[in-house]
Design a protein around this ligand. Structure first.
Ligand code: PEP
Ligand code: MG
Length: 900
């Protein structure tokens, strides 16, 4: 039997249903479903997505059986509707619409009134005793068919309409008489002929075939492809084509059309929300030619229809168990539903609707968790730009640039170009946006003072991105089209120049930068959870957030830890639900206050003695920080990593800094310069960093182990339950781990014995060099082996792909464009390659040491898709920046639910 490609609905029955979205598209599947549950829907048929799939996989040809199948379904539709294509007595007119499995703007828009030609329009005018309406429908059809199907510029038709109105001396379209509209139709046909080089098709079947073809072709338009890429929609067969009998909303004062949501899509409240227009077709509502009325006003205009529509709203919501977005038309007092689909909503509405539906007994808690995504939660946690002001700024051409969305939230402030200016301006009470080509540890104070940070280079794991995310600070990186001139203190892009002090608004969730002020609104969740603000804790948002997080914790299997380097970050992370620290980057502690001078002294030291002396200065600082961290993480594991970055990162980058260093160290500036020169590496990411530092300078490792264990003993004495986990970074060979583990264990055991405090600790390693994952059993095996693994997927991605994590921005857009990559691998784990190494590392590691604790601490630990992958490969925990913790908790719960 030939494959079935076309599915009909009408007269209370349907061949499809709501579960067939893959074949019928969302629209087609729901039209079928509504028909069978007794909602009034004009009859029609769907050409399945398989036809689109076939077309693109068979050299742009259609299945040979399709034509006959469509003929058969047209006959069925004619029977259902009691009308015939091209018939002058009772003509069948149809709409043609695209519709993929996932709702997707960017494809072909609607063609209405298909089936009209000169004769049918004349006959129809007589039959309905409304010639005006017949010719109005006809001119719309020629315009839509020309524009949408054949690509004729819509403006060319508009010009003719304007001329007709001018000639008739009227302002509005609906003031044109039937004869005048008839004339417009002829003018439109001339435009069509001139632009396409062919006559306007008069045969309904010909019109239909061309429209179906246009829908199929619209699947591959750049607009549609771009949308799929942006929204990460992959693996769909294509679009379906829906052909449906027309219902006319433009038949007079007892007709109309509208769109509505079954609940408020921006706040989520359980109220009918939408608008409608009397005597209009669907496009009028969307085009904004006339101002529609709020749906509630239908109660007065058409009370009976309002009642019917409201009943359908409740019926659909009950049936689908979710908020719906519907389109409807009223033809001479009779209501028809033309579409229902799950309604798009803001983050707040998503949470509110899911939470309300659980209270209403409509859905389970697990279902509610499935319906909320990380972006939704983000919108609850961070300030957002006022949506309508942002939209109008963008339509006013104030969009300055778009980079990578590296740090959440939104901010508005005055632009500065140096970290020092950021600090100084902030002190004067100004809100500042720090714009840099890139940031380095030297800029940290400026970043802390800024409302948002922007860089023109760097990727999702660049310094700016990692630091900003850990603070929950708005940040956009890798905005490569920004031309920054530090001397002139200007940044230029998109034909606009922003000077120091000018206002810029930044959306860290989308990467957009907008010129001028846009108000932001703050999050009561953060105020309530992190700052303990009692007023904020009374808000509904706060309550919903807590409930949802508790539901997630009840389901998830993965533990969620945090990446935190200070007691302050640890406290925030605990408040947001982190259960331990997965990565404390000790180098970040070296930059606080004056500590960097001790680090610089250590780097300049000529002898081991001098180095030890400088290192000893750092010990109390580190110990104090560790005590604070252990205290905040009472009872939970804390993974603390030995120093990781190359030493040159701690040295000044400019002449003034070098001069200051020389003065402070009491040496000639040439000594400083020489040192900087000697530490210069062609490839610092692959150079003298990670465990290689401690292998060559073991005193660093000794000092850090001492600070950690002394802090643990001090805190344990006060009654805190401490669980230190000391981690060796960047190993490729098991010997690297074994040498350092021995030093750490000897140092730790001596302190514990001397203090007589009962502290137990573990020594483990990062898995971030591909080789290490391939010999993981050797690393974990034996008495000297690693007691835990933490996968550093930032470096692992860098070294597996061979892409510099700081420079991917220069070629990523092209790689996405050419579909070499589907997404930034530093943002979402590359499951096939890097993910395979993680899986392999876990399996081998546990062969070497059964039950080995394994986690991840790369940025992927806060990415929902990656979290689900890590759950699947059996990690014990994920670790992410404090403000990503709620998202990771939710994703960890969804991973379990999706497995069922
Ligand atoms: C990693 O490489 O994944 C990691 C967490 O370490 P860092 O980002 O500090 O190199
Ligand atoms: Mg690393």
């Amino acid at each position: 039997m030939a494959e079935k490609y076309v599915y009909s609905w009408g007269g209370g029955t349907a061949e499809g249903n709501a579960t067939m979205k893959q074949e019928l598209g969302g629209k087609g599947a729901n039209l079928a479903e509504m028909t069978t549950i007794g909602v009034p829907v004009p009859p029609g048929f769907t050409v399945s997505t398989k036809v689109c799939g076939y077309y693109y996989s068979h050299n742009e040809t259609l299945p040979s059986t399709l034509e006959a199948e469509i003929t058969e379904h047209i006959a069925r539709l004619e029977k259902n509707k009691g009308a015939t294509f091209g018939d002058l007595e009772n003509p069948l007119l149809v709409s043609v619409r695209s519709g993929a499995a996932v709702s997707m703007p960017g494809m072909m828009d609607t063609v209405l009134n298909l089936g009209l030609n000169d004769d049918v329009a004349a006959a129809m005018g007589k039959k309905i005793n409304n010639e005006r309406m017949a010719y109005d429908s006809y001119r719309r059809f020629i315009n839509m068919f020309g524009d949408v199907v054949m690509g004729v510029d819509h403006h060319k038709f508009e010009v003719k309409l304007s001329e007709a109105k001018k000639k008739a001396g009227v302002q509005n379209d609906n003031e044109l008489s039937a004869d005048e509209l008839k004339e417009v139709c002829q003018e439109y046909k001339k435009v069509y002929e001139a632009e396409t080089g062919e006559a306007f098709p008069t045969d309904a079947r010909d019109q239909l075939d061309k429209s179906i073809m246009a829908v199929i072709k619209s699947w591959m338009t750049p607009r549609a492809e771009l949308y799929r890429q942006k929204e990460k929609i992959f693996g769909l067969e294509g679009t379906a084509v829906n052909v449906q009998a027309m219902a006319f909303g433009n038949m007079g004062q007892d007709s109309g059309t509208g769109v509505a949501f079954t609940r408020d899509p921006s706040l989520g409240t359980n109220e009918f929300y939408g608008e409608f227009l009397v005597d209009a077709q669907g496009e009028d509502v969307v085009a904004g030619i006339r101002t529609p009325m709020p749906i509630k006003e239908m109660k007065t205009v058409w009370p009976d229809i309002y009642k019917e529509l409201d009943d359908i709203r409740l019926k659909l919501e009950k049936h689908y168990g979710d908020m719906q977005d519907v389109e409807f038309t009223i033809e001479k007092g009779k209501l028809y539903m033309l579409q229902t689909r799950t309604g798009k909503r803001t983050g707040l509405a998503a949470v509110k609707i899911a939470w309300d539906m659980v209270q209403e007994g409509k859905i389970s808690k697990e279902e509610a968790l499935k319906r909320i995504d990380g972006d939704h939660l983000n919108q609850l946690l961070f300030p957002i730009l006022n949506p309508s002001e942002k939209a109008s700024a963008i339509s006013d051409n104030r969009l300055f640039s778009t980079g990578l969305p590296a740090g959440p939230g939104a901010a508005t402030g005055q632009v500065v170009f140096t970290a020092d200016d950021a600090v100084a301006w902030h002190k004067q009470g100004k809100n500042v946006i720090l714009v840099r080509k890139e940031t380095s540890p030297e800029d940290v104070a400026g970043m802390a003072s800024a409302e948002a940070c922007i860089t023109s280079t760097g990727g999702m794991t660049s310094h700016a991105a990692v630091v900003a995310r850990s603070w929950g600070k708005c940040c956009v990186v890798g905005a490569g089209d920004l031309a920054i001139d530090y001397d002139a203190k200007t940044v230029t892009c998109n034909g606009m120049t922003v000077k120091e002090g000018d206002i810029l608004a930044v959306d860290g969730s989308t990467g957009e930068m907008i010129v001028g002020e846009i108000p932001t609104s703050a999050s009561p969740v953060i105020a309530g959870v992190v700052d303990g603000d009692t007023e904020a804790q009374k808000t509904e948002v706060f309550k919903m957030f807590n409930d949802i997080m508790n539901w997630a914790d009840g389901v998830k299997k993965l533990t969620v830890r945090t990446n935190a380097d200070s007691p302050r970050d640890s406290k925030v992370a605990r408040a947001l639900g982190a259960q331990g620290i997965g990565l404390c980057r000790t180098e970040h502690m070296f930059f606080e206050g004056d500590r960097v001078w001790s680090v610089r002294k250590m780097i300049l030291a000529e002898s081991e003695e001098a180095r030890k002396e400088a290192i000893a200065e750092l010990l109390p600082y580190q110990r104090e920080d560790f005590e604070g961290i252990f205290k905040e993480m009472d009872g939970y594991g804390c993974t603390i990593r030995l120093l990781d970055p190359p030493l040159h990162e701690f040295l000044p980058g400019d002449e003034a800094g070098m001069k200051e260093m020389a003065e402070r160290m009491n040496v000639d500036i040439s000594v400083v310069k020489e040192k900087i020169e000697s530490l210069h590496e062609l490839n610092p990411m692959l150079g003298h960093r990670g465990c290689r530092l401690s292998i060559t300078y073991p005193e660093i490792c000794v000092m850090q182990a001492q600070a950690i264990i002394e802090a643990a003993c001090n805190e344990a004495k006060k009654g805190t339950v401490v669980k230190p986990e000391i981690m060796v970074p960047l190993i490729g060979k098991e010997e690297e781990f074994q040498i350092l583990a021995k030093i750490i264990r000897e140092t730790a055991d001596a302190i514990i014995a001397e203090r007589g405090v009962d502290v137990s600790y573990q020594v483990g390693t990062m898995m971030e060099i591909p080789r290490a994952t391939l010999v993981a059993d050797k690393v974990s095996g034996g008495d000297a082996g690693a007691e835990f693994f933490s996968f550093g997927t930032n470096d692992l991605t860098q070294m597996t792909f061979g892409y510099s994590r700081d420079d991917i921005g220069s070629f990523l857009p092209e790689y996405l464009d050419q579909k070499i990559l589907r997404e930034d691998p530093f943002q979402s784990i590359d499951q096939e390659g890097v993910g395979y190494l993680v899986e392999r590392g876990v399996t081998l590691g546990r062969q070497g040491r059964p039950g080995l604790k394994c986690g991840v601490c790369g940025e992927h630990g806060g990415d929902p898709a990656s979290v689900k992958f890590f759950h699947g490969v059996g990690l014990d925990y994920v670790s992410c920046s404090p403000y990503r913790v709620p998202i990771a908790r939710l994703a960890a719960a969804q991973a379990v639910i999706e497995e069922k």
